[in-house]
Design a protein around this ligand. Structure first.
Ligand SMILES: Cc1cc2nc3c(=O)[nH]c(=O)nc-3n(C[C@H](O)[C@H](O)[C@H](O)COP(=O)(O)OP(=O)(O)OC[C@H]3O[C@@H](n4cnc5c(N)ncnc54)[C@H](O)[C@@H]3O)c2cc1C
Length: 363
């Protein structure tokens, strides 16, 4: 079906221009056929999930937009683990809720992240010390311009902190994602200090799955990080990633700046006794240090709730990392604020912030 639509109505930040050619296949077969046809033609195309990690220009959009609307969750018991396959258009949080209700541990700390299952591996979503890559087994994938669906195993996807090879080179359609989960009434060990404190348990404890989900949803809502009628949730979540810098740059920052030394290998991640891990330690060069983008922004003199004069884009009043649309903001206003923040942080600390969302349709 070919239709017109508008990115403003299809993205959580509510900016973006008109779409002349909009398709919304809702069965696996239709999705594959549509993507095969569009990606093998000469016309440009864009795959859309929940629109929760993109900032789209307000100019009319000339590429064909395929919004992935497939649904379905299947379970396969495989010895002491359970393989759960979800179709790409399934809501991410509906999947997490389903796993919790079905006594499967692994995804509970990722409760409340907006978007679709197919969008989740693109930047390897993460929260509260857990990343999607911890439990992904494989993806079903259709490379752009090809006809054969392939299965990509997790180790082929170069997952890292908010990144995967699906952003850089592996171009195509995620059809479904398979997770290897553990049948359990209790969660995977809690790895994030703030969540452990909210649950009132020591780090490393396991807690009832539903309790973790409830606590994560509460914490996220208190920061405007669940899409709801809260005006502070009209965003793409965190607008900037936490910078990873060489130790020499980290040392030059003021004493109060949070610094999280990274291990070179993910498998070597160790939490020493008495140390509070705030971020997972993924994919660093030896000596690299992860910084807190929120700290850098606040300490460059930009407070929560900040807006440039006359602009409808602002920093969330609950979370320094989120840029929100206060109503009627243009994509340019969002980018103008993002640029202002980047320059202020660079001038104050010599550290360059990188945006987390994908920018679409800008020169
Ligand atoms: C309030 C809020 C809180 C958030 N909190 C977090 C958080 O805690 N942690 C976190 O990691 N992220 C967070 N995010 C960001 C976002 O929710 C995730 O990145 C999410 O996984 C994006 O999925 P989506 O379906 O919305 O993708 P979209 O925004 O629609 O697309 C993002 C990218 O994925 C591509 N894509 C989408 N579907 C497919 C597919 N089927 N096949 C191939 N490519 C595809 C798109 O082309 C685009 O490049 C938050 C966002 C908001 C609004």
């Amino acid at each position: 079906m070919t239709n017109a639509a508008d990115f403003r109505d299809l993205t959580t930040l509510r900016v973006g221009g008109a779409i002349a050619d909009f398709r919304e296949p809702s069965t696996r077969g239709e999705l594959i056929d549509t993507f095969r046809e569009v990606s093998s033609s000469r016309q440009p195309w864009f795959l859309l999930g929940g629109g929760s990690n993109i900032v789209v220009s307000d100019e009319p959009f000339s590429a064909t937009v395929i919004r992935v609307a497939t649904r379905g969750i299947d379970r396969f018991d495989d010895g002491d683990r359970v393989l759960v396959t979800a179709q790409a258009g399934e809501s991410w949080d509906a999947l997490v809720s389903w796993t919790v209700e079905n006594g499967l541990a692994g995804l509970e700390a990722l409760s409340g992240i907006p978007g679709t299952v197919g969008g989740a591996p693109i930047q390897n979503i993460g929260a509260y010390g857990v990343e999607l890559s911890d439990t992904v087994e494989s993806l079903q994938f259709l490379p752009a311009g090809e006809t054969e669906v392939v299965t990509l195993r997790s180790d082929a996807l170069s997952f890292g902190y908010r990144r995967s090879s699906l952003q850089t080179g592996l171009t195509g359609l995620v059809i479904s994602v398979t997770f290897a989960l553990t049948p359990a009434t209790e969660s995977a060990p809690i790895r994030f200090d703030q969540l452990a404190r909210a649950l009132d348990v020591p780090l490393g404890s396991s807690v009832a799955l539903a309790e973790v989900r409830r606590s994560v949803l509460e914490l996220r809502a208190s920061k405007g990080m669940v899409v709801s009628d809260d005006p502070d949730s009209v965003s793409v979540g965190s607008f900037f990633t936490n910078p990873v810098v060489p130790a020499s740059i980290a040392r030059a920052l003021p004493p109060g700046a949070p610094r999280f030394p990274l291990e070179p290998q993910r498998s070597e991640t160790v939490v020493p006794l008495g140390v509070t891990p705030e971020f997972p330690n993924f994919d660093a060069a030896p000596g690299d240090v992860k910084l807190s983008a929120a700290w850098l922004i606040e300490n460059s003199g930009i407070p929560k709730g900040f807006a440039l004069s006359g602009s409808n884009a602002a920093i969330s009043s609950k979370h320094t990392l989120a840029i929100i649309n206060r109503g009627g903001a243009t994509a340019d206003e969002v980018l103008e604020l993002a640029r202002y923040i980047t320059i202020r942080v660079h001038d104050a600390f010599g550290v360059m912030l990188e945006p987390e969302p994908t920018m679409i349709g800008f020169d």
